[in-house]
Design a protein around this ligand. Structure first.
Ligand SMILES: NC(=O)c1ccc[n+]([C@@H]2O[C@H](COP(=O)([O-])OP(=O)(O)OC[C@H]3O[C@@H](n4cnc5c(N)ncnc54)[C@H](OP(=O)(O)O)[C@@H]3O)[C@@H](O)[C@H]2O)c1
Length: 347
């Protein structure tokens, strides 16, 4: 792999990804709306990826061995990318999310796990098969291009999760026409431009990313370090269940590895080892030398970001068998906690 385009790539692990590829001797092009400077040694292109005309103009005749799409959020984004990159890349890696597995945001994920013995709660790490992009329906009736109208119809969690699920579905569908609305599809058919999948497609389903102190703009880990250091209670579900995590540099390495590999389809990305919110909080308290964390629930305040009322850990067997070596969460977490704590102290 000699030549990669990163869409996004201006903050957090997207920026690591860009510098990691560059430092490996790969030619890197970065495309975003230009709100922050690009690292030296890479080619910067400016466009809104949702604007097909602007995207084509910014790209010109450029071609890439792989595209890594860090900011694909909707099926509309995916449909544009599928058309624009059809003749420009052989491989396309979309950064997706653990939230595609969230049963709270899709009726069809609320059905019991078909593999679980009758009456048992599903407590196994989730595998990629749970959400099949080839079989996930794309809802063309939703106003994916209009953020305000979409916000009036879907809550933020559903917007995010369903946007990612349907974006994956658009990329994975057999033909462009399946991923477009009826009228677009008819006009494409008339013009004879229907196509098979234009490039090898991978969706990297990243779990919650931690580490980097001030680089982590989400502030989720800092929510814990700040409250625990101050002796304030952490709002949790009555019986919180575990989830998975990944380090910010590890997910950048994973994306670079996925771009250079030759497998296709969805792949989970998480470090080894799961933690529930109470274990996470206790580790933080130990490290900060703070008193044992206090927990509250049912106070009407939303639960803290990593508190889950369902088992929410991911299975990373597919990536491991494909050759990626994951770290252990408990090995890198102390550094991430220290960085989050220091960042708040500096703020
Ligand atoms: N943080 C987590 O825990 C987590 C977990 C799972 C998955 N993810 C996924 O990780 C991805 C984000 O990674 P990252 O935070 O490291 O970001 P990143 O690669 O740096 O991408 C963010 C940048 O993309 C650019 N951008 C946003 N909208 C754009 C548009 N319409 N057209 C062109 N560029 C646009 C923005 O720069 P400009 O303003 O200059 O355009 C923004 O700074 C997302 O796909 C998210 O779903 C994150």
């Amino acid at each position: 792999m000699r030549n990669v385009l990163v869409i996004g790539g201006s903050r957090y692990f997207g920026r690591h990804l860009v510098t990691l590829l560059r430092d490996a001797g790969i030619g890197v092009t970065v495309l975003n709306r230009g709100s922050s400077p690009t690292p030296p040694g890479v080619t910067a292109l400016v466009a809104d990826r949702a604007d097909e005309t602007a995207l084509r103009a910014a790209l010109g005749a450029r071609e890439f061995d792989a595209v890594i799409d860090q900011v694909c959020a909707t099926p509309a984004h995916a449909a544009v990318a599928r058309r624009v990159f059809a003749d420009r890349t052989a491989r396309y890696v979309m950064t997706s999310t653990i939230e595609v597995y969230d049963p709270a945001t899709a009726e069809r994920l609320r059905t019991p796990d078909p593999l679980a013995p009758l009456g048992q709660v599903w407590r196994r790490p989730v595998r990629e098969e749970r959400v099949d992009p080839m079989a996930w329906p794309v809802d063309h009736a939703l106003p994916w291009d209009d953020a305000d109208r979409l916000a009036a119809l879907l809550d933020p969690a559903t917007r995010y999760a369903e946007g990612k699920r349907q974006a994956e579905a658009v990329f994975a569908s057999r033909s462009q026409s399946e991923s477009e609305s009826q009228s677009e599809s008819e006009s494409k058919s008339k013009s004879g431009s229907e196509s098979q999948p234009p490039f090898a497609f991978v969706s990297v389903r990243s779990t919650h990313v931690l580490g980097g102190g001030p680089l982590d703009f989400t502030g989720r880990l800092a929510h814990y370090t700040e409250r625990i250091a101050a002796g304030l209670p952490i709002e949790i579900h009555p019986a919180p269940l575990p989830t998975s995590f990944i380090h910010h540099r590890e997910i950048a390495e994973f994306l670079a590895w996925a771009a250079a590999a030759d497998f296709t389809g969805p792949v989970n990305a998480c470090s080894h080892g799961e933690l529930d919110v109470t274990e996470l909080s206790e580790l933080i308290a130990d490290q900060l030398g703070a008193p044992r964390p206090r927990f509250s629930h049912g106070t009407g305040v939303a639960a803290s970001p990593f508190s889950f009322d369902r088992y929410y850990a991911m299975d990373n067997t597919r990536a491991t068998e494909l050759g990626f070596t994951f770290a252990k969460t408990r090995d890198w977490l102390p550094e991430a906690i220290a960085e989050a704590h220091a960042a708040r102290a500096d703020a």
